[in-house]
Write a protein that binds this ligand. Structure first.
Ligand SMILES: NC(=O)c1ccc[n+]([C@@H]2O[C@H](COP(=O)([O-])OP(=O)(O)OC[C@H]3O[C@@H](n4cnc5c(N)ncnc54)[C@H](O)[C@@H]3O)[C@@H](O)[C@H]2O)c1
Length: 440
């Protein structure tokens, strides 16, 4: 099938590449010429395991191309995926300007029937706005053309995006006409040979499903974070509690890890956007308000532990920070807890040397050459001259370190661990102070 993907970011690039991998002819559009140039020169603008090789393979096979030409992209795909960003507006609602502008561009240039699919995370009712924008453009050209609009929210996880797209748990499709349903079923047939994974529903339910999923996951995290803080005060151990409740099949083990808060490009903005949409409909999602404020608080928990131990004034102190990305296996630092920590340390007069296996370039893009931040070439180098170590992202490579080498490198050997990577007894028996989240 001929597919166009509009927006070549995390979702667009992964979706386009995976669709090419199963034999489709895919053209990815982005208005960011730098991104498209990088891709056309064989580079890759994001870090995502397995993606680079898959892009290369499909480009070489002629099934995957990249362009900045709107006209070319509209002409190409019988299915046009909209996968542009939907960042939060000032009031927390999803900013739909990129989605609507992508839809307008389709209306401006289309000359035959197309299925337009919203893959971006968009509030309930967006498909109607997309339809209206396309229709307005067709009307202004006095052109009469049939088209379908569908919703196909994306559930991939950064860091495991290729795997998630190739082997999805479910493929949610919202449509209100048979032609679009058929097109989507055909497109996704190669991804569900083992059993049916396409769940077809009406468009509004599909749009809401994506927000509901992210809001539920964010709720589980904030719930565990609050319990962890309580466990710590009571002298209980949240790790035992996690196993004790996770073993109940109605609860399960996923997304019950306490830590220093969730970040990324999705949970924070989607939790806000869903609250905002609910308010428009006269509903108040009280649980999500609490989830958001619990998370804002949790992002400061590491700093609170540091100041409780070392004092509020951290002038002259120096910290090693392991992990900058909002989660492992990605270089994405949008809303990352590391940023709240680093900026909080700076405010109290401290300086930082940080290391992340892949997010160093992104850190430089965000903080430039701020003299309060140095970047180390590896995790052990980051420790040199530091008072204490702070762990913010649970990269595999941090899981089994040489504790005696850490102790030797730190001035006042202490680990503030925002991801509970170690057994407290192991760190303490190595002669260090250990400050995890919610553990004895
Ligand atoms: N990142 C994730 O893990 C993830 C997962 C599921 C869903 N989503 C949702 O998918 C959407 C995209 O997210 P992302 O992380 O890929 O965003 P992103 O910022 O990485 O990429 C968006 C891209 O769209 C481009 N763009 C904007 N307007 C355009 C236009 N009119 N025409 C062509 N290109 C245009 C931008 O230049 C950018 O490259 C969002 O709604 C997000 O909430 C993201």
């Amino acid at each position: 099938m001929k597919i166009t993907v509009i927006g070549t970011g995390y979702v667009g690039l992964v979706s386009g590449t995976c669709l090419a991998e199963v034999g489709n002819d895919v053209l990815c559009l982005d208005l960011d010429a730098k991104k498209i140039n990088t891709l056309n020169q064989g580079g890759i603008p994001i870090h995502e395991p397995g993606l680079e090789a898959m892009v290369k393979r499909n480009v070489e096979a002629g099934r995957l191309r990249f362009t900045t030409s709107i006209e070319e992209s509209v002409a190409h795909g019988a299915i046009q995926f909209i996968a542009v960003g939907t960042p939060p507006d000032e009031d927390g609602s999803a900013d739909l300007q990129y989605v609507v502008s992508a839809a307008r561009n389709i209306g401006k240039y289309m000359t035959e029937y197309k299925v337009i699919v919203d893959k971006s995370t968009v509030p309930v009712g967006t498909a109607d706005k997309v339809r209206a924008a396309i229709q307005e453009e067709l009307d202004s050209r006095s052109v009469k053309l049939d088209f379908s609009v569908a919703s196909n929210p994306e559930f991939l996880k950064e860091g495991a995006a290729v795997e998630d797209f190739m082997r999805p748990d479910r493929i949610v499709v919202g449509t209100d006409d048979d032609r679009a349903t058929q097109a989507m079923r055909t497109l996704y047939a190669p991804f569900q040979r083992n059993h049916e994974r396409v769940i077809v529903m009406d468009i509004k339910s599909a749009e809401l499903t994506k927000y509901a999923a992210n809001a539920m996951l964010a709720t589980r995290i904030s719930f565990m974070n609050e319990l962890a803080n309580l466990a710590e005060k009571m002298g209980a151990d949240i790790e035992h509690v996690r196993q004790g409740i996770g073993s109940d099949p109605r609860i399960g083990y996923h997304f019950l890890y306490p830590g220093c808060g969730y970040g990324g490009s999705c949970f924070p903005k989607d939790v806000q956007a869903l609250q905002r949409t609910a308010r428009e409909y006269g509903s108040d999602l009280k649980i999500l308000e609490a989830v958001e404020s619990a998370n804002d608080h949790q992002k400061t928990v590491l700093l609170d532990k540091i100041t409780a131990r070392l004092g509020k004034d951290l002038s002259g102190k120096h910290f090693a920070v392991w992990g900058l990305a909002f989660k492992p296996n990605t270089d994405d630092m949008r809303e990352a807890p590391s940023r709240v920590l680093i900026e909080g340390l700076w405010q109290r007069g401290a300086t930082v040397t940080a290391y992340d296996p892949v997010a160093m370039e992104e850190t430089t893009r965000i903080y430039g050459d701020d003299p309060r931040l140095k970047l180390a070439n590896n995790q052990m180098e980051a420790l040199a001259g530091a008072d204490a170590l702070v762990i913010v992202t649970e990269w595999q490579v941090f899981r089994s370190p040489d504790f005696s080498a850490i102790k030797a490198a730190l001035k006042s050997p202490a680990i503030f661990d925002g991801r509970n990577l170690y057994e407290p007894a192991t760190v303490r028996s190595a002669g260090m102070e250990y400050f995890p989240i919610g553990r004895k």
